[in-house]
Design a protein around this ligand. Structure first.
Ligand SMILES: CC(C)(COP(=O)(O)OP(=O)(O)OC[C@H]1O[C@@H](n2cnc3c(N)ncnc32)[C@H](O)[C@@H]1OP(=O)(O)O)[C@@H](O)C(=O)NCCC(=O)NCCS
Length: 166
C-alpha cells in the first residue's frame, strides 16, 4: 500500500468511496473540490499496487486561540471492502504527520455519536472527547468534538507495511 497526495484525476474514485461511506451525507463533488482547493496538500490517499484508491483522509489547517496553532481532520473514509486492514490507521498517521509538519499543536475533529468505528480509531491515537455537538449532523443526530494534543508523541503509530511518497 502507498500513501500519497491527491491528484485531480483521483476525484471520481474518491467520490465513489465517499458515497459508499456516507450515503446521503456524502460531500458533493463541488463541496469536495472546495476543500481540495482550500488545502490540496492536506488530502492523502491510500492506493494498492494496481493503483486502486482504497481510502482517503483530509486534514485542515486553521487558526486557533492566540498562541495555539490548530488544525484537524475534516474527513476520512476507507472503501467498505477494504476496512479493518489498517488503512484508516495509516491514513490518520499521515494526516496527523501533516498537521505536525505545519506546527499544529492541537488537532480536532467531529464525529457522529453513533459512529463507534471512527471513535475507536480516533481514541487509539489519543483523541479525547471534548464536547457534545447537539444536532450537528441533523435533527437528533448529535456529534462529538474530539481533540488531540500533538505536542505529545502519538500513542498509536503502527499499521500495515506502507510506503509514503509524501
Ligand atoms: C472509520 C474508518 C475510516 C476506519 O478505517 P479502517 O481502515 O477500517 O480502520 P483500521 O483497519 O485502520 O482500524 C484502526 C482501528 O480503528 C478501530 N476500528 C476500525 N473499525 C472498527 C469497527 N468496525 N469497530 C470498532 N473499532 C474499529 C479499531 O481501534 C482499529 O484498530 P484494531 O484493528 O487494531 O482493532 C472506516 O470504518 C470508514 O471508512 N468508515 C466510514 C466513513 C467514516 O465513518 N468516517 C469517519 C467520519 S468521522
Amino acid at each position: 500500500m502507498l500513501i500519497r497526495r491527491f491528484r485531480l484525476s483521483d476525484l471520481p474514485r474518491v467520490l465513489r468511496i465517499e458515497r459508499m461511506s456516507f450515503g446521503p451525507d456524502a460531500y458533493s463533488a463541488s463541496t469536495f473540490l472546495a476543500h481540495v482547493f482550500r488545502d490540496r496538500r492536506g488530502l492523502f490517499l491510500a492506493e494498492d499496487e494496481r493503483g486502486e484508491v482504497l481510502g482517503y483522509a483530509m486534514a485542515r489547517l486553521g487558526l486557533g486561540w492566540i498562541g495555539v496553532r490548530r488544525g484537524g481532520i475534516t474527513s476520512i473514509a476507507v472503501h467498505p471492502a477494504q476496512r479493518r486492514k489498517g488503512i484508516g490507521r495509516a491514513l490518520m498517521e499521515r494526516a496527523l504527520a501533516h498537521l505536525r509538519e505545519h506546527h499544529v499543536e492541537e488537532a480536532d475533529l467531529e464525529v457522529n455519536v453513533a459512529n463507534g468505528a471512527a471513535q475507536s480509531l480516533y481514541e487509539s491515537f489519543g483523541f479525547r472527547r471534548s464536547r457534545l455537538l447537539p444536532d450537528y449532523y441533523g435533527a437528533r443526530r448529535d456529534g462529538i468534538r474530539m481533540v488531540l494534543d500533538l505536542r505529545a508523541p502519538l500513542v498509536n503509530e503502527r499499521g500495515p507495511e506502507t510506503r509514503a511518497d509524501v
